[in-house]
Unconditional design. Structure first.
Length: 164
């Protein structure tokens, strides 16, 4: 049995993450990011990183808005996010994959809930007695796929690569 205090702590954590994601999304509506994918990455990351993600966004994420980047280019200045410390750059870089994985897990769970045939297709009742194990396979597939896609949509524009 899960202790009541842990249930309440979990509920508070989820609510705080949702609140941080909403605050970031509202700010991004006013000041969109230079890279479009970051407009998705920051709020989704806040769902699980809550206050830490919100702090990172307002400390380092706002340095990479479209407006700030455009003004720096027009004035011939260095990019405003040029002085971002290495640990923050690593955190932002890994947030792309974390965001894709989070979205993949959320989508897979809801899809398996609304379409239980998905779990059956992945071995529920034939390979696995418990539905959760079949759904975990679906979680992995979507999380991995979206994680790679988010990394792709980050790296491609930074390096001016072709679609191939």
């Amino acid at each position: 049995m899960i202790p009541h205090w842990l249930h309440h702590l979990s509920s508070i954590s989820l609510a705080l993450g949702a609140l941080c994601a909403i605050v970031i999304a509202i700010d991004e509506l006013r000041r969109p990011q230079h890279m479009w994918v970051m407009n998705i990455v920051w709020p989704v990351t806040a769902l699980f990183g809550s206050l830490f993600s919100a702090w990172g966004y307002f400390k380092y994420g706002v340095l990479a808005t479209k407006r700030a980047m455009r003004e720096a280019q027009e004035n011939g200045d260095e990019m405003p996010n040029k002085d971002t410390p290495f640990p923050a750059m690593v955190g932002k870089g890994s947030a792309h994959c974390g965001c894709g994985c989070t979205l993949g897990d959320i989508c897979a769970e809801w899809m398996a809930f609304y379409f239980p045939a998905i779990a059956t297709w992945l071995g529920w009742r034939t390979v696995f007695a418990e539905k959760i194990f079949a759904v975990w396979i679906f979680d992995f597939i979507l999380a991995f796929g979206l994680g790679v896609a988010f990394q792709y949509f980050t790296i491609k524009p930074m390096r001016n690569l072709s679609v191939k």
